[in-house]
Design a protein around this ligand. Structure first.
Ligand code: PGA
Length: 248
């Protein structure tokens, strides 16, 4: 695991975008795994800028998204479809047919997830997966206790996650109780992974995930077993791992 400590959020975002651009320059038809949340917003801005300047083209690139709320339509402002469209896809030259986001409004959610796994396999797997990390250590919507063998599936969201995401909704009751997410085994099959974290509120969970015991109650700890993970942190998120005595 390679850990890069950036001086601030902007620098973390630039470094992450540069790694994606390098991946696409190396392999035009790269298959990316993308994430939502606050953390990757700066990275997406850098990608949009680079694409507009002609430094990178996403024409042959495929994108799979990590997760989506159940019950929200593509046009709901809180859906991850909407987030991806507004923050990335509508600004770059990616071909719509190469965008795969789980449909949270599908009638049969289990089938939707099975089909998503099939599509990833058909595209020969994800080359580079971007991840954020939740305050409860989730990656995607794999909440604490998720099986390390889990595949893409419908899940129940924890109260902690619903509370953390309440700020995007008009009230806690509006936050969906269910979601669809790539599984931990699905994420681990990506050839390369970039994990991003910013801010001091992530410092403790980052230390637990990267330096603590590998166990399902700390879902991101599974990343310690992956052969090609780059973690990009700003100084605040790296605060605890930089201390001489690490948390166990
Ligand atoms: P954040 O969310 O980037 O908004 O902190 C990360 C996550 O919950 O996975």
């Amino acid at each position: 695991m390679k850990i890069i400590i950036a001086k601030n959020y902007q620098s973390m975002s630039r470094k992450a975008a540069d790694l994606i651009i390098r991946q696409i320059q190396m392999k035009k038809n790269s298959v990316l795994g993308l994430a939502t949340g606050n953390t990757p917003l700066g990275m997406y801005k850098n990608l949009v800028r680079a694409c507009k300047k002609g430094e990178v083209s996403f024409k042959k690139t495929t994108a799979f998204n990590l997760d989506e709320y159940a019950g929200l339509s593509e046009n709901s402002k809180n859906s991850y479809h909407y987030y991806m469209r507004e923050n990335l896809f509508k600004h770059i030259d990616i071909d719509k047919k190469n965008i795969f986001i789980l449909n949270g409004a599908a009638k049969n959610l289990k089938k939707e997830c099975e089909n998503f796994e099939k599509m990833i396999k058909e595209r020969k797997g994800i080359d580079l997966q971007i991840l954020g990390i939740g305050l409860n250590d989730h990656i995607g919507f794999n909440e604490p206790g998720s099986s390390f063998k889990s595949k893409t599936r419908p899940v129940n969201l924890t109260t902690a996650t619903r509370k953390a995401n309440r700020k995007y909704f008009s009230g806690i009751n509006e936050v969906p109780k269910k979601a669809l997410t790539m599984g931990l085994a699905t994420i681990m099959r990506a050839k390369k992974i970039i994990l991003l974290a910013s801010g001091k509120e992530k410092a403790e969970i980052i230390a637990k995930a990267l330096k603590g015991k590998i166990k399902p109650t700390v879902p991101a700890s599974i990343l310690q077993k992956h052969p090609d993970v780059t973690v990009i942190l700003d100084k605040e998120a790296a605060g605890i791992i930089l201390l001489p005595k690490l948390v166990k």
